[in-house]
Design a protein around this ligand. Sequence first.
Ligand code: PGA
Ligand code: ZN
Length: 433
Amino acid sequence: MTVIKTIKGRRVWDSRGNPTVEVDVVLENGVLGRAIAPAGASRGTREAIDLRDGGNALRGKGVGKALASVNGPIAEALAEREVSDQAGADQAMLALDSTPFKEVLGGNATVATSLALLHAAAADAGKPLWRHVADHYGCTPSVPLPEIQIFGGGAHAGRRVDIQDFMIMVPGASSFDEVMEVTNEVYFAAGDIMAERGKLAGIADEGGWWPMFDSNEEALETLVAAIEKAGEKPGERVVISLDVAASEFGKDGKYRLALEDRELDSGALIDMLGGWLDAYPIASIEDPVGEDDKAGMIEFTRRFGDRVQIIGDDYLVTNADLVREGATDGACNAVLVKVNQAGTVTESIDTFFAAQKAGWGAVVSARSGETEDASISHLSTGLGGGQLKVGSFQRSERMVKWNECLRIQDELGAGKFVGGKPMASTWWGKEQK
Ligand code: PGA
Ligand code: ZN
């Protein structure tokens, strides 16, 4: 029994230079737990609110109100609580805010607090965070398989291409270290090809190359060329993963590909993506249609759910009820788990278990606005979650998560890289061991 002594929020700054919330939880024995809230740019409309001050200062992004939640009602409600009771503490925060999206406290306030509590409980038990998560939730830990961005797009690269993330996965690797090595080769091969072709504008928000392609498909062609230049056969050790983030360019079943000056209805978008699935070794695809396009997501899953992982991000917003509904409807076969979409650790883990129960995949994920906080590397490992998405292969707020996985792999033993596979993919394993 160790109880919480103090909870203190402070303003720190994220990878985009925006203010964000850091929380310190200090226990009666002096043990500290600390975590920082991330921030999304392509946010789902049903996510927990990222509470900002508005007004002119700091472009309206001040976190004074969120800090007031932490230092006021949250600190008061959680003081003297037993730190290992994560569910009870999260529930106590929910009891302070009856709005569906945590509009009163702010999801940024609750997520930083909830993760800091998890850290404090782990430190109090003398365990690394991944071990605490595995023990507390009864999971078998394993180091996850990364999804790593090569090109940024959509809201992360000035909408220079419509599709948001062009990523690779290396499900044929036998260690996390090997994934990093292959990714290094592909990432820099892609940069070289783009520079040679005059298509490189710099680095996007998550560390991927900022492209100047003339079509969305040119990105796919370039990615295949980069995989080959790195000495790999696309579709063998290395496969492609996309986050279409379709809510960013479509509503009410109408989608506008600005780069190509084309308007598509839901069926035409599904046909276009289906064509890509035939032509390229794509093992995983996220938000292929918009968050409001339930019929489209059901149709996409009906047509392609037996050959590709279909992840709901904006579509499911880390919500266990929406996962259960999706499983009943036949929409998606995997969920993206972003702790700040739900707003607490408990709700996120409930979502993870709902996905597992449905026989779905689960990908723990960072946001486009990140920090040195590497909690998700531990969360993904501890849950034995299988897959982890943290952006690209450059910029420290990304690398800190990959590097943490390498340390965890050392602690767990190299054999524990199970590296979950993309759900349903027919690419994975074809030519593999
Ligand atoms: P966001 O994007 O963090 O900007 O919302 C990440 C994603 O869509 O997966
Ligand atoms: Zn997404």
